[in-house]
Design a protein around this ligand. Structure first.
Ligand code: COA
Length: 249
C-alpha cells in the first residue's frame, strides 16, 4: 500500500492517515482507493470497532486539481476510486472519528459529514469552494449539510463557498470538540478509544438506527456524480483548474 495513506491498527481502533503533507493532503485516485480499502476491510473485522481519519498539518486540500483536470479531459466521469471511497463512507457500520487540523477543503470537509465524532483544531478551516470552481457539492453533502446545519448555513458553505472556522463548524453541528492544534490527535484518539470500549453491538445498533439505511445517501452521491460529470467538462471548471495549476506565488 502506498505511503500516501498510512493505515495502522492499535487494538480496536484503525487509524487512516492521509500522508501527502507537501500537497496539503490533496487526494489522488490511489489515495481514495487506499482509504476506501481501509474502511471496507475494517467492516469485515469484528476486532476493529472504530475508525479514525487524520491528516495534518493541513487535514486535506480536497481532490487533487491536476486529477480533476485529467478527468475533465477524459470525459468528465469521477474516477471510480472516488465513488468507492464515498460509498465506503456511506455504507460503513463502524463509527468514524476525524482529527482535523488546518485546512479541510472540498471533500476534506464533506467527508466529515459522514463522521460520527469530529475533533477540530482551533486552526481548522472548513471550506467547499465547489461552485466557484465551476463544480457542484459532492459526497451527498447537498443532502446532509442542510439537514445538519440548516439551509442558510449550508448555502453559505456549499454554494457561496464561505469558509467556517472551528467554532462556527462546532455550532453548525459538523464538529464535536475544538482543541489546541497540538492536542487534536490525542483528543480524537481518546474519543475513538472510548467509542471502541463501549459494548460493540450497542454501538452498531444505535448507530444503524440513527442513520437509517444508506440508500438515500448513496442515491444522492450518484445523482451528484452524474451532474458533477457535466460540470467537470464545463469551461468554467477547466478555467478554474488551469488558474490553480498555473498560479504564480
Ligand atoms: N490539488 C493539487 N495540488 C494542491 C491542492 C489540490 N487540491 N491543494 C494544494 N495543492 C498543492 C499546491 O499546488 C502546492 O504545490 P507546490 O508546492 O508544488 O506548488 C502545495 O500543495 C502547497 O499548497 P499551497 O497552496 O502553497 O498551500 P497554502 O497553505 O498556501 O494553501 C490551501 C493551502 C489548501 C488553502 C490551498 O492549497 C488551496 O486552496 N488548495 C486548493 C483547494 C481546492 O480548491 N480543492 C478542490 C476542492 S473541490
Amino acid at each position: 500500500m502506498s505511503d500516501l495513506v498510512i493505515v495502522a491498527d492499535d487494538g480496536p481502533v484503525r487509524l487512516i492517515r492521509m500522508n501527502r503533507p507537501e500537497k496539503k493532503n490533496a487526494l489522488t485516485l490511489p489515495m481514495y482507493d487506499a482509504m476506501a480499502a481501509a474502511i471496507e476491510s475494517a467492516g469485515a473485522n469484528p476486532a476493529l470497532r472504530c475508525l479514525l481519519i487524520a491528516g495534518g498539518p493541513a487535514f486535506c486540500a480536497g481532490n487533487d486539481i491536476g486529477d480533476f483536470m485529467k478527468m475533465a479531459i477524459e470525459g468528465g466521469a469521477l474516477g471510480a476510486p472516488i465513488l468507492r471511497f464515498l460509498y465506503a463512507l456511506a455504507r460503513t457500520e463502524k463509527p468514524l472519528v476525524a482529527a482535523v487540523r488546518g485546512d479541510a477543503v472540498g471533500v476534506g470537509t464533506t467527508m466529515l459529514m459522514h463522521c460520527d465524532h469530529v475533533v477540530a483544531g482551533s486552526d481548522a478551516r472548513f471550506s467547499t469552494p465547489f461552485v466557484g470552481l465551476g463544480l457542484l457539492p459532492e459526497a451527498a453533502s447537498s443532502l446532509i449539510a442542510p439537514r445538519l446545519m440548516g439551509q442558510a448555513r449550508a448555502f453559505s458553505l456549499l454554494v457561496m463557498g464561505r469558509p467556517m472556522n472551528a467554532e462556527e463548524a462546532k455550532s453548525a453541528g459538523l464538529v464535536n470538540t475544538v482543541a489546541a492544534p497540538e492536542d487534536v490527535e490525542a483528543e480524537a484518539t481518546n474519543a475513538a478509544r472510548a467509542i471502541a470500549a463501549l459494548p460493540p453491538q450497542g454501538v452498531l445498533t444505535a448507530r444503524r438506527l440513527m442513520r437509517g439505511a444508506p440508500d438515500e445517501i448513496i442515491a444522492r452521491i450518484d445523482e451528484e456524480a452524474a451532474l458533477f460529470k457535466e460540470r467537470l467538462q464545463s469551461a468554467e471548471a477547466r478555467a478554474a483548474f488551469e488558474a490553480f495549476l498555473t498560479r504564480k506565488r
